[in-house]
Structure formats: C-alpha cells, structure tokens
Design a protein around this ligand. Structure first.
Ligand code: ZN
Ligand code: ZN
Length: 496
C-alpha cells in the first residue's frame, strides 16, 4: 500500500507561519497549552474532513484553523484602504509601503513640485509620489454644501438636482472628500498612537446594512471613553478578485476570498430568551452551531452576494483588524479591549495578543447588559457563573432587576467589581448605530443592497466627522477629549 508522503510530518499539518505569525494554537486561556505552537501538544489530522484538524491534548478544544498568510495579506489590504489617496510609497515590496508621508516624514525626501502640489521621493526604494491634496481646495464650498445635505438626510438625486451635478460627479466629489478626511485623520491618529501608554478600546462588529443580508460586516474600534474611532474595516473589497473559493481551505493561500455560497438549510431562530443569563447562554449555543465558529456567515441561510466586488471571510478581516491595531499600539503598556459576546472578536483578539495576554498587559473583556443599565453604577452583589463550552467565567450584578455581566477573557479574577462598574463597549456600538440611522436612506436603498461599495467613502467621512467635528452634550469632540486639539473642526476646516 502506498503511503502519502507527508502524513507523518507534523509540521505540515498546520498552515505555515507567515512573517512569524502562527495563529493556529489552543485558544483556551486557562489551558497550559494556550498559545503553544508545539505540534506535540495537539492531535492533528487531515484525513477525515468531518473531524477537526487540530484538537488540544490538554483541554480538548478544537479551534478552527486559519491561513496565516491570508491574515497577513489582509492587513496589507486594510492598510492600503486606509491610506488610499494619501501620499505614501505604493511599492508593496518596500519597507515604507503605505506609510503616509504626513506621519512618516523621515522616510521621504521633498522632491520638487507638480503644479502647486508637493512631490516626494521614498528614501528606501526611490519611488516618487505627489500629495494630491496639498494644494488649495477650490471645491471647498461645493463640498461643504454636499456634506451638509447628505448629513441632513437628502437623497442623492435631490443633492444632484440642487447642486446641479450628475450622479457620477457626486460620487467623484464624495471620494475626493473621503481622501481629504483620511488625510486629516492620519495626522491626528499618529499623535494618538504615539502618546498613549494606557489605552481602553471598545470594539464591535455589525452588518454594514442590517436589512440586506449581503454578508458585509463592519468591525470597528474606538477609544472607549471618548468615542474616538481608531480603526474600522469591512470584509469587502470593491474591485473584483480573479479567484475566489466556495470552501474555506486554511492550507491554500487566497482562501479568504469568498465565492457566492449556495443557499443552505439552517435552524430557524428561536424566540429570543428572556433575561440576560439566558440570552448569553443562547448566544453561546448559536455560535457553537456555526460550521466555522469564527465565521458568523457560515450559518446564514442565504447571502445576497454583492453584484460588484468580493466578500472576504470575516475572520480574516477581524484578525487583520487587531493585528493592524497591535502594530499601531506597540507603545501602549496597558491595553483593555471591551467587546460584546462574540467568539470571532474573542478569538482574533487573544490570538493576536497571545504573548501580551500571558504577560497580563492586555485585558480583553466581554460585556453584556440589559438595555436600561446605567453605565458607571458601582456593582452590587456579584454572582459568578461559568458559561459556554469554554466555561467562561462571567460575573453578574444587578440593580432593581436590571443586570450587567462581564467576562475577563484573559482569565483575571478578583477584579470583577472594577470591570462591572467601568467596562463598556457602548461608545462604538452607538457610533455604528448613529451611522445607520443618519444615513438610513442611503444604507437601505434597494439598489445599494448589492452595491455596498458606494458606502465606503461615506464611512471614512463619517469617522473623520465623528472624531473631529461632532460635539457631544458637553460641547466637546472625541479629538478634544483625547487632548489632540483644543476646539471642534468646522466642515470648512475638515475639507481644507
Ligand atoms: Zn488547550
Ligand atoms: Zn518605497
């Protein structure tokens, strides 16, 4: 009988590491093999497709596998997206790739002008580039009017009629505005990341267009107290991808690009349970029923796949979201990450920060509470309940029958009262909700269902406006509360 050549070479049973990243390991924080990449610690097999490929010998966990190279490549895509239109080295082979001139002056030489716009040369690879937005903005007035109307809920066709433009020039202007917004944000973001030693982030993930079932998910993170949005990403790219895959194969590079999936039978959702504990329990069962527990799209009955562009398996975008954040936040000595109960956020976060979680410098925390819960109340009596397959250790408290629960995913005990009073992901959840309310008409337009691409520039504009212009009840913007600036930016300043 012929033996297939590699079956006993254990190293081939895990997807290859990429630039030192190996995200396939035991993800049970309390297990002694947590984070281990030693293949002796696992039962590994690839011959029976109906069984998990990796099972931890110690705790029995069987985390789904992920292609490390694709996570890495997804970070590159997200960086490109965020610095799109900003002057930055465009050579993907270069060390300075996608590092904007505005925040990395030392990497570039000023290199003359093109018209009234500054030109630069990359010190590393000598590529030259022009800062398209460094000249005077002759469209400032028009763009202010356009934004004002968009923010007050006018339909695109009404804006076009009133400003005497056709839809194509509307979308062109929108994408110019988005580039200017990214340029403004890049300068503030750089200061934020440099000066913050202890940081608390709030993360959430939500469908971009909640009524559309088009598979586009939106992961976002902000500073938890001020609501300054530091990063937001979609598992969607606007341009077509040559090859996409119906099945996820973590051993094949490029597997993150998702082909339109066939419709499938799924259990109809049960009536939502009453009570916080029951809701959390139901959510655990719902997540365990996913064919891939890190991919929420795998138990959707039907996805209205976008007519243009390509969906990315959400676990790749979310791992990349945190990997990119971890690179930006290297200087922060203490980092807390508050999130709703969602295995995908948890897995990505603890896989990316595995070493820092072992060193207790990152605190990932689940928070769920009743709607009426008033943030900032001191915890009353605390009950501990172990929940879900992982026996996650939840701490609950209540006031007048209104409950809040938290779970420290890094395994910390004895600090529950502090986190129950203090931890909240409301700032980011409310931000996503406000976007969907504010642009309700655009987000839910019937033709937009299969064409989410038109919302991409709007997301960048909204993040800039939220951080720099939007004042809360105290009259302050998130950027002010972060100490990055002394007053709100006007629309005119945002666009200059
Ligand atoms: Zn384990
Ligand atoms: Zn370069």
């Amino acid at each position: 009988m012929m033996k297939t050549p590699h079956t006993d070479e254990k190293t081939l049973l895990l997807p290859q590491a990429s630039h030192g990243y190996q995200f396939n390991h035991c993800k049970t924080v309390s297990c002694q093999h947590f984070g281990s990449t030693n293949t002796d610690h696992y039962v590994l097999q690839r011959s029976n497709p109906s069984k998990p490929i990796l099972v931890c010998r110690e705790c029995g966990a069987f985390p789904p596998l992920i292609n490390n190279h694709d996570v890495d490549a997804e970070v590159t895509r997200l960086k490109q997206q965020q610095s799109s239109g900003l002057p930055a080295c465009s050579n993907t082979e270069c060390d300075n790739f996608a590092l904007p001139v505005l925040t990395h002056r030392q990497l570039y030489h000023a290199f003359g002008y093109s018209g009234d716009r500054q030109r630069y040369r990359c010190k590393c690879c000598q590529t030259t580039l022009v800062d398209r937005w460094s000249g005077f903005n002759s469209k400032n007035q028009l763009q202010q009017k356009l934004l004002a109307m968009l923010f007050t809920g006018y339909a695109v066709r009404d804006i076009c009629r009133r400003l005497n433009m056709n839809p194509k020039s509307f979308y062109d202007q929108l994408s110019h505005i988005a580039s200017r917004c990214r340029r403004q944000l890049a300068m503030f973001d750089a200061r934020l990341f440099k000066h913050t030693q202890a940081l608390e982030l709030a993360s959430d993930i939500s469908p971009l267009q909640p009524n559309n079932d088009n598979g586009v998910l939106w992961v976002a993170s902000c500073e938890a107290r001020t609501g300054y949005v530091v990063s937001q990403d979609l598992n969607y790219q606007q341009h077509e991808q040559e090859t996409s895959h119906e099945h996820h194969d973590p051993f094949a590079d490029g597997t993150r690009y998702m082909a339109p999936p066939a419709a499938k039978l799924v259990e109809p959702p049960l009536a939502p349970p009453q009570g916080l504990l029951a809701k959390i329990d139901a959510k655990y069962r719902d997540m365990m029923s996913r064919p891939n527990l890190e991919d929420p799209l795998t138990n959707m009955a039907r996805i209205n796949y976008p007519a243009k562009g390509c969906l990315i398996r959400p676990q790749y975008t979310v791992y990349a979201h945190y990997l990119h954040l971890s690179q930006l936040l290297q200087d922060s000595e203490q980092l807390s990450i508050f999130m709703p109960q969602e295995t995908l956020l948890r897995s990505a976060c603890i896989s990316v920060f595995v070493e820092r979680i072992k060193a207790n410098t990152v605190h990932p925390i689940y928070i769920e509470c009743d709607k009426e819960w008033q943030h900032g109340q001191p915890a009353g009596r605390i009950d501990i309940v172990l929940m879900g397959w992982w026996r996650d250790r939840w701490a609950f408290t209540r006031h007048d029958n209104i409950s809040k629960g938290i779970c420290h995913l890094g395994g910390e005990k004895d600090n529950e009262a502090f986190w129950l009073e203090h931890a909240s992901h409301d700032a980011i959840t409310a931000y996503q909700q406000r976007f969907q309310d504010q642009f309700n008409q655009l987000v839910n337009e019937p033709r937009r269902k299969l064409r989410p691409g038109g919302l991409l520039p709007l997301l960048d504009i909204y993040r800039a406006w939220n951080n720099l212009c939007r004042q809360d009840r105290s009259g302050q913007t998130p950027a002010q509360k972060m100490g990055l600036v002394t007053k709100p930016l006007t629309l005119e300043e945002l666009l200059s």
